[in-house]
Design a protein around this ligand. Structure first.
Ligand code: E4P
Ligand code: PEP
Ligand code: MN
Length: 435
């Protein structure tokens, strides 16, 4: 498929564009007393902020609509090609990065702390004989679904932190009030990260100076959760030659466990763009639901389009995954199966700190492989929350971090990440499983 490099803003009058999100937009729904959009106003997309000022939201959306796509369509197509190889069992994915990226982290640091460890993990895995597709949770991972819309500290209740594109992590009323201008900053920060990645790729890899058919100019592909629909829908662009529509905010977008309703607004959004898309599947996912998602998101059954990211927990994956794999295999859908060994293994310490135990992480990965080996399907790789920095957020592993250590360097704005050592251990286990 030939794709022009020019992506043009999707005209606001494009009926297709407005069909994704008809007015009022989810974020501009009137707030109820609880701060949540009232259930009676359809179509309510779940996990959207209630922006206090609809006029400001409109202004921000108009500004975002006029900005260029952050990623070229050619690279989205390249990623589809690479993922098609994964779907065919000829390559594997290493995807990782922060649970929630921080605006304040300097570009150089965010690039180094993620790209270096993803490179090292990929080298480890490729030694097992598979080409590796590297994908960062990077350059746009700025919106978070939360278990509770509010957070209470010492009797004080404030809106929960929903990612830097929505509000601030600082526990104070001003910071926690959703501010749509943060979406413009999310765009700029993502553009900065992408520029940093391109610079790193050009400087570090002689190959990157030649036409490199297997890599984007950024060296690795970027991805994030397509959660914040006011941001995502305004960055959809139409390819001037093919007329195809692409999400301009990242190469691959995924839909989270909490927003993957087959008839919901997030799936509707993803169904209308050509980027490769992922869907998280928790332990409650039913086979028919997964088939419905495949019908919505990959009706043409194109290898490289759809990635299913399984996050069931070490204790459940061996029991809950086989029936999904069996049904999907029987349907003939050429999906990529990835293992997210983090989100089903979150636990609280006795001191109330969110963590994950390395033993559970490795066990879920192993269980994921056992199921695929049993079914004769290809375990397509891993999706993890991680950083190369020596943080102390997850426990166990070779460094033998304990609950006690969590107070030393716990920097995540949301979920606990593997540190550099733990990430390489995960890669080593992955390589071992592929051998
Ligand atoms: O990253 C995933 C979710 O946003 C996160 O696990 C929610 O965390 P919470 O349960 O603290 O809200
Ligand atoms: C929100 C996330 O995960 P899930 O949707 O699987 O809970 C995430 O990946 O940060
Ligand atoms: Mn997370």
């Amino acid at each position: 498929m030939t794709i022009a490099t020019a992506l043009v803003p999707t005209a606001p009058t494009d009926p297709d564009a407005t069909a994704v999100l008809t007015e009022p937009t989810p974020g501009s729904l009137p707030a109820s007393a609880s701060g949540q959009a009232p259930a009676s106003v359809p179509p309510a997309a779940p996990h959207q902020p209630v922006w206090p000022d609809p006029a400001e939201l409109r202004d921000v959306r108009a500004r975002l609509s006029a900005l260029p796509s952050l990623v070229p369509a050619t690279e989205c197509e390249l990623l589809r090609d690479r993922l098609a190889a994964v779907a065919n069992g000829e390559a594997v994915v290493v995807q990782g990065g922060d649970c929630a990226e921080a605006f304040d982290q300097p570009v150089g640091e965010r690039v180094r702390s993620k790209a270096d460890v993803l490179d090292r993990m990929s080298e480890t895995v490729s030694a097992a004989g598979f080409p590796v597709v590297r994908i960062g949770r990077l350059a746009g991972q700025y919106a978070k679904p939360r278990s509770s819309p509010v957070e209470i500290r010492d009797g004080v209740e404030l809106p929960a932190y929903r990612g830097d594109a929505v509000n601030g992590s600082l526990f104070d009323p001003r910071s926690r009030t959703p501010d749509p201008r943060r979406m413009l900053r999310a765009y700029r920060e993502s553009a900065g990260t992408l520029a940093g990645l391109r610079e790193r790729a050009a400087a570090g890899e002689p190959g990157a100076r030649r036409p490199a058919p297997t890599r984007p100019a950024t060296g690795l592909f970027v991805s994030h959760e397509a959660l914040l629909l006011d941001y995502e829908t305004t960055l959809v662009r139409t390819d001037s030659v093919t007329g195809a529509r692409y999400a301009g905010s990242g190469h691959l977008l995924w839909i989270g466990e909490r927003t993957r309703q087959p008839d919901g607004a997030h799936v509707e959004f993803a169904a209308r763009v050509r980027n490769p898309v992922g869907v998280k599947l928790g332990p409650g996912a039913e086979p028919d639901e997964v088939l419905a998602l495949i019908d919505r998101l990959d009706p043409e059954r194109e290898p490289g389009r759809l990635v299913l990211i399984v996050r069931m927990g070490a204790g459940k994956v061996r029991r809950r995954l086989p029936r999904l794999v069996e049904k999907v295999r029987a349907s003939g859908a050429p999906v990529v199966w990835l293992c997210d060994p983090m989100h089903g293994n979150t636990v609280s310490t006795s001191g109330g700190v969110k963590t994950r135990r390395m033993a559970d992480v490795l066990d879920e990965l192993t269980g994921f492989f056992e199921v695929h080996r049993e079914m004769g399907t290809h375990p397509g790789g891993v999706h993890a929350e991680l950083t190369g920095d020596p943080v102390t957020e997850c426990v166990g592993g070779g460094g033998r971090l304990t609950d006690e250590d969590l107070r030393h360097r716990y920097e995540s704005l949301c979920d606990p990440r593997l540190n550099g050592t733990q990430s390489l251990e995960l890669a080593a286990r992955l390589a071992e499983l592929y051998r």
